[in-house]
Design a protein around this ligand. Structure first.
Ligand code: AHN
Ligand code: ZN
Length: 350
């Protein structure tokens, strides 16, 4: 017992002097087991979630999603500073409250490219607000004040059934399913409906203002506090008949793994003709600001029309963007893919 040592613990007036003996071997063993414990503590949460078995994913109901798109359109164009916009905003807030999500409204004002002062609201609905593993799902709820791509009535607002309405309708249905199904996601989820996305400059604009689209996401990204999420998915024009979604340039630059995972999820569900393996040009949409300002890797699922030189469908920013362009089949493909990512396929991304 040559290596026996006596360790004298500092004496405290109340406890008196405590003496005990520790062998050198014991110290090593103690240190080793502490290290082992520390390592286990550090690694476990990460491994645990990835090793959990696949769970059943609930079915996305396209009839329900379609009715939510129609409901928004029934308010009329949701142009900022109009009564339609106010009323649809209130409806959306109440809808998400009714699903049990925690709802916060971020109100702010922003000057548009045409000098108008816009009263805007980002609507933020959270599932499991206390969870630290979170993802972000977003769309814009405002609609364009003009039909500048049309040949007639260019100064009149559009219905925005697809451009605005479709993404919000899919996210509403996702919230409803999470509440109604007994199958619950592990993740915390934040649904953000951005305002002021589509009040951007027309082609003839010559003024000095930059970044005229996406006013809501720009404001949110600059005022989000300490919020973060593993990744984000933006839905924009996700309801048109025969829509295709390309791997959009900004999404591929900032969040290629998220794009590839979501596209693989869609393709595994049999939607390979919709989620196509083509890299498409970058689009300045809300995800651009979430990536560049908030630094959350975020992708855009946005319709790409290979036959149209302006990237989008022919209805885009025209009066044809009404309920006639909406196809339940497209809503289903996007919604079911999103649910698969939320319930299962997110695991490779966290
Ligand atoms: C621009 O046209 C600059 N960005 C497309 C973003 C958008 C408008 N998405 C829907 N409407
Ligand atoms: Zn638009």
């Amino acid at each position: 017992m040559k290596n026996n040592r006596k360790v004298k613990v500092k004496s405290f007036p109340i406890w008196g002097q405590v003496k005990f003996k520790v062998k050198g071997n014991d110290v090593a063993l103690l240190a080793f087991s502490f290290l082992l414990f520390a390592c286990a503590c550090e690694k476990k949460p990460e491994k645990k979630i990835q090793e959990t078995p696949r769970v059943q994913t609930p079915a996305f109901n396209e009839d329900s999603a379609y009715s939510y798109v129609a409901k928004q359109v029934s308010f009329g164009p949701r142009v900022p500073n109009t009564i339609n916009h106010d009323q649809c905003g209130d409806y959306l807030v109440n809808f998400f409250k009714s699903t049990g999500f925690n709802v916060k409204v971020q109100e702010f004002q922003s000057t548009a490219f045409d000098g108008n002062n816009l009263r805007l609201k980002n609507i933020i609905a959270s599932y499991k607000p206390e969870a630290s593993y979170r993802i972000l799902l977003t769309a814009h709820w405002d609609t364009r004040p003009f039909a500048d791509q049309d040949t007639v009535n260019k100064n009149k607002p559009i219905d925005g059934a697809n451009d605005g309405g479709s993404g919000v309708g899919v996210l509403m249905e996702i919230a409803r399913i999470i509440q109604a199904s007994k199958l619950k996601p592990e993740l915390g989820i934040d649904i953000i409906l951005f305002d002021g996305e589509d009040y951007g400059e027309t082609q003839d604009y010559k003024g000095p203002m930059k970044d005229t689209y996406c006013l809501g996401s720009q404001y949110w990204a600059k005022n989000k506090g300490s919020y973060s999420a593993f990744f984000g998915i933006l839905l924009d024009m996700v309801g048109a008949k025969n829509a295709k979604f390309g791997k959009e340039g900004n999404s591929m630059q900032y969040a290629p793994a998220v794009v590839n995972t979501v596209w693989a999820s869609g393709q595994n569900l049999g939607y390979g003709e919709t989620f196509i393996n083509i890299r498409t040009p970058p689009i300045t949409d809300d995800h651009y600001y979430i990536n560049s300002l908030a630094r959350i890797p975020t992708i855009d699922i946005i319709e790409f029309d290979p036959d149209n030189e302006n990237y989008f469908g022919a209805y885009w920013h025209t009066h044809n963007d009404n309920m006639n362009v909406i196809d339940k089949k497209t809503l289903k493909k996007v919604g079911q893919t999103l649910l698969e990512v939320i319930y299962n396929d997110y695991k490779s991304l966290i």
